[in-house]
Design a protein around this ligand. Structure first.
Ligand code: IMP
Length: 507
């Protein structure tokens, strides 16, 4: 007979965090949001830590190189999706690893023979007002000059004139030589009162542009997640089919963390693949996996598969229909609480701490905080990041609002490369486990992430804590009734939004 486990399957929205005693030292600026990614022994430090507890999901519509760069600059980590060819995934990793903060590969370039009207159309397309001029118009071509929208007056000039006649030629351009540091480049920009510094190599080929505004931006990102060589840290998803070819390629490209992307990680397939990686590369590779929703699943992946971190969550994702289709899953809060309890037990028994990632189903910022209060070391999100400018999908206008497509890895759209083929099963009947949807655009990573983190820091202070381990240890949570949930929203007032007014109308 089947076993019915005790308790109800619960979700994050059913809980609230009780405040603890806040003292004068509990200030947001004193909060440390670092979180471990690798397993570690008591008394030792993890070899890899995040600077903020947010990672982006290994999904085609979420984690490409641009998002990975933007998120690592905030202190988090992206997992570049593996539902693509090994060569493509490798190229995405290489793009992140070769990103040099402040050194931008010029993507608006002109040839000397192009016209001013070509300049204007490119300006319209890219929004850039400064363009490099190279012999062949490529980003690494021989550099001949630079042109800006201040070099001619659109209304007073013949727009079929050539760029060569208006640009500042190389002989008069202030430029930097390849190998220059960001600090040196910025000193030149400041001393010469310039906005843009081209960096060229010995053959006078253009390599990068350094902009004053990027320096300021760099200064504003003190939490950047960097490797020993000061390159941005990036993760890569892997599967249990082609890991013998994919893993070596990803490591060669510089991936810092690997993670199995599977809707059900409690399987011999994942253990065998993990052990192959351990046998081949030892413990130097940071390896995560999942997903699981129970204590026994945790033990299996921690002990038998030797993983560094373990992901929790089946069926809670915003685009996920796994529970509907297969009846498999568990309320995310119950799953997390069960696994965290087992992780803590394992830590007491062995002295080995295994970080837990709560994956999927977080529908607002407070649910992130509840997951962390319940003991998740970090959270993985898809929808949250799909809504940013940096996700790899195009912007779409629907009834005057801007959206981005967002689809599940188990949807037909992602089918060609998906992880949801039941491993080993010889079935030809396919069914979807994810939907194909749209999400509204909310802004760029550098806008949305700091806002979430400001709230998180405030929550930690309310609980009377200054670090995530302390927060998880001291948090007291309460189940909320449906009525107290309603009480938590606005009541008996009509909001400006409900009236359809803007703040300006209302003031
Ligand atoms: P979200 O943050 O709620 O959008 O959930 C993202 C998570 O959903 C991912 O990290 C995956 O674990 C999971 N996921 C991605 N694609 C699918 C799918 O097609 N079906 C079920 N779960 C999915």
């Amino acid at each position: 007979m089947a076993t019915i486990i005790d308790g109800t399957s619960r979700t994050f929205s059913e809980y609230l965090i009780l405040p603890g005693r806040t003292t004068a030292s509990h200030l947001p600026q004193n909060v440390d949001l670092r979180s471990p990614v690798t397993r570690f022994r008591t008394g030792e430090s993890p070899t890899l830590q995040l600077n903020i507890p947010l990672v982006s999901a290994a999904m085609q519509s979420v984690s490409g190189s641009d998002l990975a760069i933007a998120l690592a600059r905030q202190g988090g980590l992206s997992f570049i999706f593996c539902s693509q060819s090994i060569a493509n995934q490798k190229a995405m990793i290489e793009k992140v690893k070769s990103h040099k903060a402040g050194f931008v590969i010029s993507d608006s370039n002109l040839k000397p023979t192009d016209t001013l009207s070509d300049f204007l159309s490119m300006q319209k397309k890219t929004g850039h007002s400064t363009m490099a001029v190279t012999v062949d118009g490529s980003s690494n071509g021989k550099f001949v000059g630079i042109i800006t929208d201040r070099d001619f007056w659109e209304s007073e000039t013949n727009l079929s004139d050539r760029v060569a006649d208006y640009m500042t030629p190389l002989a008069r351009v202030i430029y930097g030589k390849m190998g220059i540091s960001l600090k040196e480049a910025n000193t030149i920009l400041r001393q010469k009162k310039k906005q843009c510094l081209p960096i060229i190599d010995d053959q006078e080929h253009l390599q990068y542009l350094v902009f004053t505004k990027d320096y300021v931006d760099h200064k504003n990102n003190p939490h950047e997640l960097l490797d020993m060589r000061k390159r941005l840290v990036v993760g890569a998803a892997i599967n249990t089919h082609d890991y013998k070819e994919r893993v070596p390629a990803l490591l060669e490209a510089g991936a810092d963390v690997l993670c199995f992307d599977s809707s059900d990680g409690y399987s011999d397939y994942q253990r065998d693949a993990a052990l192959w990686i351990r046998q081949t590369y030892g413990n130097s590779v940071v390896l995560g996996g999942g997903n699981i929703v129970s204590a026994d699943g945790f033990r299996f992946l921690a002990q038998d598969a030797q993983l560094d971190f373990i992901k929790v969550g089946i069926g809670g994702g915003s685009i996920c229909i796994t529970r509907e289709q297969k009846g498999i899953g568990r309320g995310q809060a119950s799953a997390l609480l069960d696994v965290v309890a087992e992780r803590n037990k394992y830590f007491q028994e062995t002295g080995i701490y295994i970080p837990i990632c709560s994956d999927g189903g977080l529908t607002n910022d407070t649910q992130i905080f509840i997951a962390l209060a319940m003991g998740a070391d970090f959270v993985m999100m898809g929808r949250y990041f799909a809504m940013t400018y940096e996700s790899p999908t195009p912007r779409i206008n629907i009834r005057d609002k801007q959206y981005k497509p967002y689809w599940g890895e188990g949807s037909n759209k992602a089918r060609n490369w998906k992880r949801y083929h039941e491993e080993g099963a010889q079935t030809t009947v396919q069914f979807e486990e994810g939907v194909d949807a749209y999400v509204p655009i909310v802004g760029s990573v550098k806008e949305v992430v700091p806002l979430t983190l400001a709230k998180l820091r405030a929550t930690l202070c309310n609980v009377g804590t200054l670090s995530l381990p302390e927060f998880a240890q001291k948090s007291r949570l309460t189940l909320v009734s449906e009525q107290s949930f309603i009480e938590g929203g606005t009541s008996n007032v009509t909001t400006i939004d409900q009236l359809g007014l803007t703040r300006a109308d209302a003031s």
